[in-house]
Design a protein around this ligand. Structure first.
Ligand code: HEM
Length: 285
């Protein structure tokens, strides 16, 4: 695909939306490079760069998985054209993440391989990376035609890859898994939405109960994690969700984001009814 094709919509027209997302995707690598150049990455610059690249890899992976629910819930057909770019960006940040890890190990590739083989969370990360690469390579129109019906099945692997990446994230977080729990809660919301009946997937009302279920799952996951790994009383962790004195816990954020999504989806429906928005491709399909 030519570079200019990256910012064109499926009809071949230039797309500001795709250009904006491409700029957003590249900006984090650019900021990382700039921080490196300015010696702004702290006392362990490579470790910091490993963390930043890993974070953006998992965020873009989850954003790519959010495309299908966003299309249905927000009735926003055009968002589908962003999925490939988001997925490929996730794979690129994951490759950068591994490259930085190898740099941190002074390019002793045998040592890198043995670390990956011996440390469980690195093995899981490696499997996730291989999966991401397979999906990125086969994301082109040519591979889509070649694989036919099998393409969809193959690309469903993205959900399993996200589970592995989240597990890798949680294990390496050690004492504080707050951010990993937040992402796991948002992923749970998308998973529950996928299990809905097709005709409910475009409705407004399921958004809130799904947000409640995802928040509860995030909270149970967090309590179980600290109980098993740190022997913390799970009820203490659960109760912390109801104490806002230190700010909302990740499960509460999942709920807040669910409510915001509900409000946004409601607003889009209201504007469409007033004729301010065209109907999305999903309704026409
Ligand atoms: C061969 C593959 C991989 C290796 C060797 C690897 C290695 C690492 C290492 C060494 C860390 C930092 C651990 C520490 O500081 O104690 C890390 C963190 C992380 N990795 Fe990976 N990783 C791999 C694949 C992935 C993939 C595929 C993703 C996501 C799609 C990912 C996401 C993350 C995240 C989110 C963090 C934590 C960042 C933070 O806490 O700020 N990793 N990884």
């Amino acid at each position: 695909m030519r570079l200019s094709g990256v910012v064109r919509d499926p009809a071949g027209r230039f797309s500001w939306l795709k250009l904006g997302v491409l700029a957003f995707a590249l900006s984090h690598a650019a900021v990382l490079l700039l921080r490196w150049y300015l010696h702004d990455l702290g006392p362990r610059p490579i470790t910091e760069a490993i963390h930043v690249s890993g974070l953006w890899a998992i965020r873009f992976l989850l954003l790519s998985l959010a495309v299908t629910p966003a299309r249905a819930v927000l009735d926003w057909g055009r968002v589908v054209m962003l999925r490939r770019m988001l997925g490929v960006t996730a794979a690129c940040y994951a490759v950068l993440h591994l490259t930085l890890f190898a740099l941190d190990q002074k390019w002793r590739l045998l040592h890198v391989a043995s670390e990956i083989a011996l440390r469980f969370y690195l093995t899981i990360g490696f499997i996730a990376l291989l999966g991401l690469l397979a999906l990125a390579v086969t994301s082109t129109d040519g591979w889509q035609r070649r694989l036919g019906a099998r393409w969809k099945k193959l690309h469903r692997l993205a959900y399993g890859i996200a589970v592995l990446a989240l597990f890798h994230y949680a294990v390496q977080s050690k004492a504080d898994i707050t951010d990993a729990v937040l992402l796991a809660g948002l992923f749970a919301w998308a998973m529950y939405w996928r299990r809905l009946r097709r005709r409910w997937q475009q409705r407004l009302w399921p958004i809130l109960p799904l947000a409640l279920a995802a928040a509860a799952s995030a909270s149970v996951f967090e309590a179980a994690w600290y109980a098993v790994r740190n022997h913390v009383d799970p009820w203490l962790v659960w109760d912390a969700n109801f104490d806002l004195s230190y700010g909302p816990r990740p499960a509460v954020w999942v709920l807040i984001l669910g409510v915001l999504l509900f409000a946004l989806a409601g607003l889009r429906r209201w504007r469409r009814r007033r004729g301010a928005l065209p109907r999305g491709a999903v309704r026409r399909a």
